[in-house]
Design a protein around this ligand. Structure first.
Ligand code: ZN
Length: 652
């Protein structure tokens, strides 16, 4: 299979293989099929969560794309198509990573031409609005740079809610929302529900109130479909516990009761026997600058038996890693519980996991459930493999590595080392350590995500070079660990800068955490020349001189980051993130962008899903599920809008 599909703007579209799907038994195939239908059914929810105009704009642009009768070969029409492709990729009008409004490559006048020469006879307007008023509103949002500027603003100088234009809050200030949720949490005891996770917070007649996302709500039409397919999937579940938690999930979607989401999550963590697993719900909170509201996502996956052995070894030795970590004894877990780890292949990506997708998952997010019941942690093998296959041939390594040795090491050990880093990060890193009583994620406010990712990364970096890893048979030689150190610093200090626009600083949590680590160890190890920036022929690269000393520095920082999390030390978190993670070295940035430009690569990637087809014979009895990989990006997006476009356009 050809991994690379197409490239436009700053994006490339890849395909992933679903190895062994054909050889699964019929029951598992059907289970995956119905769960994947449930996954695709929630697409519109995320679009509306990201911005209230997204569904309207998508409908307008897709109608133009399908019916425009003017010149479809012109340069302007191609630019229009690129704009639509970018919107599909971002699930809305804001860049999926920077969250800033996507630039439009064509003029307002051309947009009017497109509208005038398209066929609107089948277009359903939001009620009570004339076509002209509707279109001029859309036009204003697309073209006026001051309108709907940024989806998630993390600049703490401004009111985080007033300056963000996601659709999670309406007419609510940051201070009001903080007070509202602080009051709910104050009396919630030791097993609090995830307050606010599944609702829009609005102000009605001066009063704050939550509009919960459930069957009879604004997302009801999509939720109804999700429930329909989940109920079909129940019949093919692999065991009773799976049936039980799907039942709880259905009840939760029906009522919106967050207690049911917790009981679903607890059963989901406990269920370890089945091979097929899935996530479907309001899960991650990165789309909300306050970290409260869950964006809708879904992934369906099944176990990769071979690769799971690797992660199992780690989780079986979780206590050893906890005991030997460099953090203060008072912040270590005396008993590390339920670190379940496995390697999976995804069968479908949806919602906030599509087309851009994570390479690992660690859930649930509720801290008390994690502490009492543990968490499930997975590495997505077929996605990381697709990335690796793509990266070996794009010239990045040759351009940014400091020596031929480094290149060779990366080719030989890069894939394994990257996977081991992810395993350590997900299986052990996030689950390690404990916090002081009364401290929770909100203590670190908007710095929490960055600090937590820093902690998990440092845990991985500290241990990947440990002799224990060789002893356990996970690392063939120290060279593999070296390859990971090379790659981590190369990315954290140099190559990830290719994702930042000139003059801008770093905002995304994972990028902040990588630069934080790399910059901190650089300063701490400068006097001893632990690693250095070398410039040759105008090209800057990073050269590591002492790998063991570098490991020592990772350990020192891990100790401090764990203390910050455990004590909820906001001041220290802010200082570390702001001083090391945010600001970009302008001169280096310019150089890196210029070198990157010459390679003509896209900094971001996303994936086309395979297409599943249910075969029935005789008389409607499911007989087989076929898998195909030949659908292209545009066809897939248009098909999803047609077949899974369940929500009406917002009417305000
Ligand atoms: Zn993580």
């Amino acid at each position: 299979m050809n991994v690379f599909a197409e490239k436009f703007a700053d994006l490339k579209i890849l395909r992933y293989d679903v190895p062994g799907f054909e050889t699964l038994d019929l029951n598992k195939k059907l289970y995956i099929y119905y769960l994947s239908q449930a996954a695709l059914s929630g697409r519109d929810i995320l679009w509306d969560q990201n911005n209230r105009y997204n569904l309207s704009i998508r409908a307008v642009l897709e109608t133009i794309r399908q019916t425009f009768s003017g010149d479809r070969t012109s340069e302007s029409f191609k630019l229009f198509e690129v704009y639509l492709k970018r919107i599909w990729f971002s699930n809305g009008i804001h860049h999926h990573y920077s969250t800033e409004k996507l630039p439009v490559g064509f003029s307002e006048t051309y947009f009017s031409e497109l509208v005038a020469q398209s066929n609107w006879s089948k277009f359903i307007l939001p009620s009570g609005k004339s076509f002209d008023v509707f279109i001029s509103e859309i036009k204003e949002v697309i073209f006026n740079p001051d309108k709907e500027e940024k989806r998630v603003n993390l600049d703490s100088e401004k009111d985080l809610l007033q300056s963000s234009c996601n659709n999670y809050y309406q007419d609510v200030s940051q201070a009001e929302a903080e007070t509202f949720y602080a009051e709910l949490k104050a009396n919630a005891g030791t097993e609090p529900v995830s307050f606010g996770l599944n609702s829009t917070l609005v102000k009605e007649n001066g009063q704050l109130t939550e509009k919960v996302w459930k069957l009879d709500s604004k997302y009801g039409k999509a939720i109804q479909q999700i429930i329909f397919w989940l109920n079909k999937a129940i019949d093919y579940a692999e065991n009773e516990l799976q049936k039980k938690y799907i039942g709880s999930l259905v009840q939760y979607y029906t009522t919106g009761d967050l207690k049911l989401f917790d009981s679903y999550s607890i059963d989901w963590v406990k269920e370890l026997e089945g091979e097929v697993d899935f996530v479907n719900g309001f899960i991650e909170v990165y789309g909300d600058p306050m970290g409260i509201k869950g964006s809708w996502e879904s992934i369906v996956n099944y176990k990769d038996t071979e690769a799971t052995k690797r992660a199992t070894i780690l989780s079986e030795n979780a206590q050893w890693f906890e005991d030997h970590s460099p953090v203060d004894p008072e912040f270590k877990k005396t008993e590390v519980k339920g670190v379940s780890a496995k390697v999976i292949n995804v069968a479908i990506l949806a919602g906030d996991c599509y087309p851009a997708t994570p390479i690992g998952i660690n859930l649930p997010n509720a801290e008390w459930i994690r502490e009492q019941y543990g968490s499930k942690s997975v590495t997505i093998e077929n996605i990381t493999q697709a990335y690796f296959l793509d990266s070996m041939n794009n010239g990045m390594l040759e351009e940014f590595a400091s020596s031929s040795e480094e290149i060779e090491r990366a080719r030989k050990y890069g894939y394994l080392a990257g996977n081991l880093h992810t395993d350590l990060h997900e299986c052990l890193g996030h689950g390690s350590g404990k916090v002081k009583e009364g401290v929770n994620t909100e203590n670190l406010k908007n710095y929490y995500s960055t600090i937590e990712e820093t902690r998990a990364d440092l845990f991985a970096l500290y241990y990947i070079i440990d002799e224990q890893m060789i002893h356990l048979g996970l690392v063939p030689s120290e060279e593999a660990a070296k390859a990971e150190f090379d790659a981590y610093l190369r990315n954290g200090l140099i190559t990830q800068l290719t994702r930042i626009e000139p003059g801008k600083d770093i905002e995304e949590s994972h990028m902040r955490n990588r630069q934080l680590i790399a910059n901190w160890v650089y300063e701490a190890g400068k006097a001893d020349n632990v690693f250095e920036f070398v410039v040759s022929g105008g090209k800057t690269s990073v050269k590591i001189n002492d790998y063991q000393a570098l490991r020592g520095l990772f350990g020192r920082l891990l100790k401090e980051i764990q203390r910050i999390k455990s004590e909820g030390d906001l001041e220290a978190a802010r200082n570390l993130v702001e001083n090391y993670g945010v600001k970009v070295n302008r001169q280096l940035h310019e150089e890196v962008l210029a070198r990157f430009k010459k390679l003509d690569l896209a900094p971001y990637a996303g994936f086309i899903n395979p297409v599943y087809e249910l075969k029935t014979w005789p008389c409607g009895t499911p007989d087989n599920v076929l898998i195909q990989y030949d659908e292209d990006y545009t066809s897939q997006m248009l098909r999803y809008s047609k077949d899974y476009g369940f929500l009406p356009m917002a009417n305000d």
